[in-house]
Design a protein around this ligand. Structure first.
Ligand code: ADP
Length: 395
């Protein structure tokens, strides 16, 4: 079955066409700058790459262009070959603990959760509606970033606020990157040669946005992101954990508005804010290697926060089979893995520096033989995980 996976942003559509169950990618691409004067579509198949530069008025036009390209003979002869569409949806709140086939009730629930994810759920919803219009007979499936973390116990998801704020406003920890944490947890179990239901893991998804999950017997029991994807680790431009009173202080002392504080914490903080140079880890690591103190300072804070959470989640889990590194930084930065794991023999962690230095692009155990907690590098593949879930339900 051919499965189209869509990840719709406010001005973009990321897509991949899979042949399932084999999992082969038949085509992939990105529509960008939707609604702007100069739109762009990059499309790739085994035959090569193609770029369209033209104004793309809205998501409907963008998706129509994608479907036309896909069904122009390569890789598909006919649009009816698409058996199902899998959509990445960021926030499913407490309504969804798993992937679902989309019906009117699901659409209404995604809409209800717009208040909790104002930047993400509206374009996700729009992508579904547009796909339903263009492919009316094809089952559409929603895969939620929050679903994997719905197994968290109350003591992990409640904040220390009055309980009525949870009851009335649904203020709680939800967690994100669930598709990635679930995928790498499954791969880690395979690598460890154990059933997932017997694995305790700490999965570190370190990209532009970053989060760590504590996985007990295959289920998420805690995670660093919270009500929104701002909490937890220091990220590219997001601050992660801060004392909430900092915001009251800045509002009072500097007269900063809610919107200014939002921009400060989401767009101007993290590695960009700490280094004052860049949010790109490659650039910061190069500068650190040259002895640039601004880059060193930012990297020290970044790695320390990850290390602290690995300690916290070891206590939460009691026993840890493996720490897993994934996503752009986790998969590619031997510097971050080495710094985070340094002198952690107290947690049974000891990495082999040669293996750590040669871990890019593959699934690999980088631990020394005697380590009781393994350290794994596992490339994530959220699109493939969405395709697999969609295939499971579309059957
Ligand atoms: P997103 O959250 O946007 O999906 P990614 O998972 O692609 O992000 O991760 C992007 C981050 O990965 C960037 O900070 C980038 O600098 C970093 N990265 C990519 N390659 C390397 C590398 N070789 N070494 C260090 N960091 C890298």
């Amino acid at each position: 079955m051919k499965i189209l996976v869509l990840n719709c942003g406010s001005s973009s559509i990321k897509y991949q066409l899979f042949d399932m169950p084999a999992g082969d990618v038949l085509a992939k691409g990105l529509v960008q700058r939707i609604g702007e004067p100069e739109g762009k579509l990059d499309h790739q198949t085994s035959a090569g790459k193609k770029t369209l530069n033209q104004r793309i008025a809205d998501h409907a036009e963008g998706l129509k262009l994608v479907i036309d390209l896909l069904s122009s003979g390569d890789p598909l002869k006919d649009v009816n070959e698409i058996g199902a569409v899998g959509h990445r949806v960021v926030h499913g709140g407490e309504a969804f603990t798993d992937t679902v086939v989309i019906d009117d009730a699901v659409l209404a629930a995604i809409e209800e959760h717009i208040a909790l994810a104002p930047l993400h759920n509206p374009p996700n919803l729009l992508g579904i509606q547009v796909a339903q219009q263009i492919l009316p007979k094809v089952p559409q499936v929603a895969v939620f970033d929050t679903a994997f973390h719905q197994t968290m116990p109350q003591h992990a998801y409640l904040y220390g606020l009055p309980y009525s704020y949870y009851q009335d406003e649904r203020i709680r920890r939800y967690g994100f990157h669930g598709t990635s944490h679930k995928y790498v947890a499954g791969r880690a179990a395979a690598l460890l040669g154990k059933p997932l239901e017997e694995c305790n893991l700490i999965t570190c998804h370190l990209g532009n946005g970053s989060s760590i999950a504590a996985v007990q017997n295959g289920k998420s029991v805690d995670t660093t992101m919270g009500l929104t994807p701002l909490e937890g680790l220091v990220m590219g431009t997001r601050c992660g954990d801060i004392d909430p009173a900092i915001l009251f202080h800045l509002a009072r002392a500097k007269g900063m508005s809610i919107d200014q504080l939002d921009t400060l914490c989401n767009k101007k903080s993290g590695m960009l804010g700490l280094s004052t140079i860049s949010n790109d880890m490659r650039e910061l690591e190069d500068l650190e290697a040259q002895g640039q103190p601004d880059a060193t300072r930012a990297l020290e804070v970044y790695c320390y926060r990850i290390r602290k959470y690995i300690g916290a989640y070891t206590a939460a889990l009691g026993r840890v089979d493996a720490v897993v590194f994934t996503a752009g930084v986790g998969e590619n930065s031997d510097y971050v893995r080495k710094t985070v794991c340094k002198d952690l023999s107290v947690l049974g962690i000891a990495i082999d520096l040669d293996k750590n230095g040669n871990a890019r692009g593959k699934e690999i155990d980088i631990s020394q033989p005697q380590a009781t907690t393994r350290v794994l590098v596992i490339p994530t593949n959220e699109e493939k995980a969405i395709a697999a879930d969609t295939f499971r339900l579309a059957q």
